[in-house]
Write a protein that binds this ligand. Structure first.
Ligand SMILES: Cc1cc2nc3c(=O)[nH]c(=O)nc-3n(C[C@H](O)[C@H](O)[C@H](O)COP(=O)(O)O)c2cc1C
Ligand code: SF4
Length: 678
């Protein structure tokens, strides 16, 4: 028996959880028609295979039709969900993992233009900044209906084999009622604290009555909203004590903060560059005030911190949610004594930002997550060993080498720079984004374990590659900074990369022309803004950093606000002229023929990347496939077998930005999808 505190069992009511690690509720938007179908099921089953104690499925499965899904939420109001849940819970249970689900009515935290287009409701018509709906004030018949909806939904979850439900109480309808900031009512549901919590009490009583006593019912609640005039810690603990005294809940999952704006959301769910585990000490206070089991998750991204939280008795169950999106096998690694092999969550929050942009949650550097039906978390060995040469040690090349190594191939990696990392080395020049280096470091450590050599400072040419007598060559040489086309004066531009790389330090008045919308421009702008230069960002888009999600936008916006950066939307740089030692910049737009002028000391531009494909082009003729990829085979997981040159002695592929400028996830997905079948 291990003495690792994280691996100790825990009795949660009648359940015995096999360890203290759980994945908190999160809607990854993998649902189809509001149902947890195969993709959803396999995603949770992978965590169960990986040894997790409890997986809290869904995030905000909606109990009522007038709680329109905000990001693919499950339809807990629909009987059709029961058989889908049953398949999921049976499979999760078969691996020894407990399985619960979070239920909610979103109240004002959604939009009116999805689902059935029923009006969004809330205690009072107070708009939530993040979702912008102006809700109708809930009427008595609404509240009676919603209480019954919660109870019916809980019954469906039980019928679907769930071990319990977690009722959501932060930012959603129930706590919108108990917060004075969103409840301006004068009826029996408004005014005093007793009145304001009567809805959650009615819901919990109805749920308990419906599901009986041998079913876990917990509450995830904002114990302290951290808003002036909102529910503070004293009030939050009073609410908790009232619910506990009436035996209405079996656990509390602690939230500190609110989610009404993106800024506040990042305090509840911190992203990279923010402190880890910021609310643990607050949880210590909650734990001291209640006899209920205490759960919590907020950037507890390392097992050492999680272990501390358990061994100190701060938490009973520790949430490692995004950590499991990055590596669903954390517990399995702990048990096997392979803690160092855990793929780190680097806090990029690409996962969460995507769901708010109507995408599905994807991990920036684990392309297998949510693609369990087709992409392996454990790469199987190939039947025959091949000699694989990978050129380029950015994210694409490193992932290709890792996967090829797991396949048992003989792998050599050639890298032109002095160290592996590619464009990520530039990204981390913004120190706030330094955690991204984990994407590189983890792969380098894995390559080391697999005995794969990365030969740095090798600017590989055709003959260098051929001298290695490869069976397969994978070109992952990345991209090169690209400049926008101007009517005149492109030579006066410097690239965002030169700023990030420290080759150029723009001073005085600086104009940054972002004709790309991704992190590279925003990050260069952040460095310039923080350096003390007077910065104006110009973009032809209708918003800033159009490819950067809302949570990642927060620290950029903070830096720009603090430095007084001027932002100009819907404008293009048309021409740049050097005059009298300064730069005269002409701005124009597609909307009018009008031009305006700026006088600055530097113009920095970002227009994405061009492919760095020279090596690929010179290798094509000697290869058996001339670089061609059989897309149907790629997409169905079959071996690549295109032959366009019978005399060719090796297969040639290129991946990542060497094909077309994209992002880190695209790079690692290119690599995994191709090389798992090599
Ligand atoms: C993709 C995604 C969706 C989420 N959706 C929900 C949700 O619907 N309800 C909820 O209570 N929390 C939701 N969360 C927050 C998580 O439960 C958790 O609190 C957060 O990720 C911080 O914990 P971590 O640092 O362990 O990831 C979501 C998180 C992610 C990553
Ligand atoms: S995208 Fe980033 S924050 Fe999300 S799971 Fe992956 S590494 Fe963690």
């Amino acid at each position: 028996m291990t003495d690792d505190p994280l691996l100790q069992p825990f009795a949660l009511k009648h359940l015995t959880l096999r360890n203290r690690v759980f994945s908190a509720a999160h809607e990854p938007a993998y649902s189809e028609d509001g149902m947890p179908k195969d993709r959803y099921r396999l995603y949770h089953v992978e965590k169960a295979r990986g040894g997790i104690g409890l997986t809290m499925t869904a995030g905000s499965a909606v109990v009522s039709r007038d709680s329109p899904p905000a990001f693919g939420n499950l339809h807990a109001y629909d009987d059709a969900i029961v058989p889908w849940l049953r398949r999921l819970t049976d499979d999760v249970h078969s691996h020894g993992t407990a399985c619960m689900i979070q239920l909610t009515h979103l109240g004002r935290r959604t939009g009116w233009g999805t689902g059935d287009w029923l009006p969004v409701l809330a205690p009072s018509p107070v708009r939530e900044p993040a979702h912008r709906s102006i809700p109708k004030q809930a009427e008595d018949w609404d509240l009676e209906r919603i209480v019954a909806d919660y109870a019916d939904a809980a019954e469906r979850m039980r019928a679907g084999g769930m071990d319990g439900v977690e009722i959501e109480g932060y930012g959603h309808l129930l706590d919108q009622f108990w917060s004075p900031l969103t409840n301006r009512r004068t009826d029996e549901f408004g005014g005093s604290l007793e009145n304001r919590i009567s809805l959650v009490q009615n819901v919990l009583r109805a749920v308990r009555k419906q599901v009986g006593d041998d079913f876990v019912v917990g509450l995830r609640m904002a114990v302290d909203e951290r808003l002036p005039g909102g529910v503070d810690a004293d009030t939050g603990l009073r609410i908790l004590a009232i619910l506990e005294a009436e035996h209405l809940i079996d656990f509390v999952n602690v939230i500190r903060g609110n989610v009404a704006t993106e800024v506040d959301l990042t305090e509840v769910i911190p992203i990279h560059g923010m402190p880890s585990a910021p609310h643990l000490e607050f949880c210590r206070g909650v734990k001291a005030a209640t006899a209920l089991p205490v759960l919590h998750s907020a950037k507890i991204d390392e097992t050492s911190t999680a272990r501390y939280a358990i061994s100190e008795g701060i938490l009973d169950l520790v949430g490692m949610t995004r950590a499991h999106i990055a590596d669903p096998h954390i517990v399995r690694r702990l048990v096997a004594g392979q803690e160092a092999r855990i793929r780190p969550c680097v806090g990029a929050t690409y996962c969460l930002d995507r769901i708010y942009e109507a995408g599905e949650a994807l991990c920036i550097h684990n392309a297998a997550t949510s693609r369990e039906a087709t992409m392996p978390h454990d790469v199987p060995r190939a039947e025959r060993t091949r000699r694989v040469v990978v050129v380029g040690a950015g994210p694409a090349g490193l992932e290709a080498a890792r996967v090829a190594g797991e396949r048992g191939h003989e792998v050599v990696v050639l890298e032109a720079m002095g160290r592996p990392g590619g464009q990520l080395l530039l990204a981390v020049r913004n120190r706030r984004r330094g955690d991204l280096i984990g994407i590189v470091d983890w792969r380098v450590a894995e390559l080391d374990r697999l005995g794969i050599e990365v030969r740095c400072d090798v600017l590989a040419e055709r003959d260098d590659v051929l001298a290695l007598d490869p069976d397969v060559v994978i070109v992952a040489t990345g991209g090169l900074a690209r400049l926008p086309e101007l009517e005149a004066g492109a030579r006066h531009l410097v690239t965002g990369w030169e700023v990030l790389g420290g080759e150029v330090h723009p001073r005085g008045e600086v104009l940054l022309y972002d004709d790309n919308g991704s992190h590279s421009a925003m990050s260069a702008a952040e460095l310039i803004a923080r350096s003390g230069a007077a910065l104006e960002i110009v973009t032809p888009e209708r918003m800033l950093g159009v490819e950067v999600g809302g949570m990642n936008h927060v620290p950029y916006a903070r830096a720009f606000n603090e430095a007084g950066v001027r932002v100009t939307l819907n404008q293009r740089v048309r021409a740049v002229h050097r005059e009298n030692g300064r730069l005269r910049v002409e701005l124009g737009s597609e909307h009018t023929g009008h031009r305006s002028l700026r006088w600055v000391d530097h113009v920095v531009a970002d227009h994405g990347t061009d492919v760095n494909d020279e090596l690929y082009q010179v290798l094509r003729a000697a290869s058996s496939n001339h670089g061609a990829v059989d897309y149907p085979a790629l997409l169905t997981g079959r071996v690549q077998s295109v032959v366009r040159n019978p005399d060719g002695r090796f297969q040639l592929f290129r991946i990542g930005d060497a094909v077309a400028g994209r992002n880190v996830h695209a790079a690692v997905f290119d690599a995994l999808r191709l090389v798992k079948d090599v």
